[in-house]
Write a protein that binds this ligand. Structure first.
Ligand code: G3H
Ligand code: 13P
Ligand code: ZN
Length: 340
């Protein structure tokens, strides 16, 4: 199966009332872990690469690894998505490479740190929608900002998404999916106590979904930071501080109210790091990278299977035939013509 547009995966998820995990990758083992988990659970899946991932892998390596993934797992619908594109040019280069979906994160300026003016966000997002939809490629926009500045992504300031502004933003940009800020942040240190309604504003999701029932909502910073994964890291020499992530039950509540894409990166990183630390600590005489990369890949696969099952995408891989990007482009052109 060729790579599929993210719009199709999310439209199908909306029909079926489930969510789809969007998992970040930086190397072959992570792609393999996701694809094996998708096969084991029969899940459609979104694989996403940040700017950092694209420069770490080099775009061409990433592209060919993804080609291997679709060739070896033909029964799995997979979308390749750009995570946190910082300016239209970054989205353009991803589209030219073959990404089937891009995120234009205009909530921040191109430095990925400074909070942007609303009109800047509208303008750059609209520009990307025009460029992407002409090629049948899906666009995710973001309104509001997440907390946290881990790995240089984020302003550190939390601005929750304003539901009224969300309606204006979707109408003026024509995006397929909207990332909402509800108090989460990227990385392992999201909350210093178990999150309740004071820190995790799930009510915003309910409100936005009521106003925009046809827009697919996206939750960033959705790792759950499982205590047992942090404990493995610390048991074998790590020094991670205690913290809380997003409870799976809250994500499931979001899925009942329009959340269709759930971004998870940190949980994969925790699983991999714990497994590598364990293998190395228990066998300090080993020096073959396969010795620790195999358990690392298996540990990530297990987390991926758990998330795919919890989000409800499991069992849906065979539900539909992929729509080509040309056909998607024609559909977008028809919609635009109907509006104007
Ligand atoms: O946006 C955050 C994702 O976890 C990607 O992180 O920019 O370090 O690749 P990264
Ligand atoms: P986590 O750091 O919670 O995994 O979030 C990842 C993310 O939102 C990528 O865009
Ligand atoms: Zn994110």
């Amino acid at each position: 199966m060729a790579l599929v547009s993210m719009r199709q995966l999310l439209d199908e998820a909306a029909k079926g009332g489930y969510g789809v995990g969007a998992f970040n990758v930086n190397n072959m083992e992570q792609i393999q872990a996701i694809m094996e988990a998708a096969r084991a659970t029969r899940s459609p899946v979104i694989i996403q690469a940040s700017r950092g991932a694209r420069s770490y892998t080099n775009d061409r390596f990433l592209w060919h690894l993804m080609q291997a993934a679709v060739e070896l797992y033909p029964e799995i619908p997979v979308a390749l998505h750009l995570d946190h594109g910082n300016e239209p040019e970054t989205c353009r280069s991803a589209i030219e490479l073959g990404f089937t979906s891009v995120m234009m994160d205009g909530s921040l300026m191109p430095d990925g740190k400074t909070v942007a003016e609303y009109e800047h966000n509208v303008a750059v997002t609209r520009e990307v929608v025009e460029m992407a939809h002409a090629r049948g490629v899906t666009v995710e926009g973001e309104l509001g900002t997440l907390g946290g500045i881990e790995d240089g992504v984020g302003s550190g300031e939390v601005h929750l998404t304003d539901p009224e502004q969300a309606v204006d933003f979707v109408q003026r940009t024509g995006i397929d999916a909207l990332a909402v800020a509800i108090g989460t942040s990227h990385g392992a240190y999201k909350f210093s106590r178990e999150p309740d309604g004071q820190v995790l504003a799930m009510d915003r999701i309910l409100d936005i979904h009521k106003r925009l029932p046809d827009t697919h909502l996206v939750m960033h910073g959705s790792s759950s930071v499982p205590r047992e994964l942090v404990d493995i890291i610390n048991r074998y020499g790590g020094e991670m501080k205690p913290s809380w992530g997003v409870p799976i039950a809250e994500i499931q509540l979001g899925i009942q109210h329009g959340v269709r894409k759930i971004n998870v990166d940190t949980d994969s990183r925790l699983a991999i790091t714990g497994a590598i630390r364990k293998a190395m600590a228990e066998h300090p005489d080993e020096f073959d990278p396969r010795f620790y990369l195999k358990p690392a890949r298996a540990a990530m696969q297990q987390v991926m299977e758990e998330r795919m099952t919890a989000f409800g995408q499991a069992g849906h891989a065979g539900d539909y035939e992929p729509i080509g990007l040309d056909e998607m482009a024609q559909r977008y052109a028809g919609q635009e013509a109907a509006v104007s």
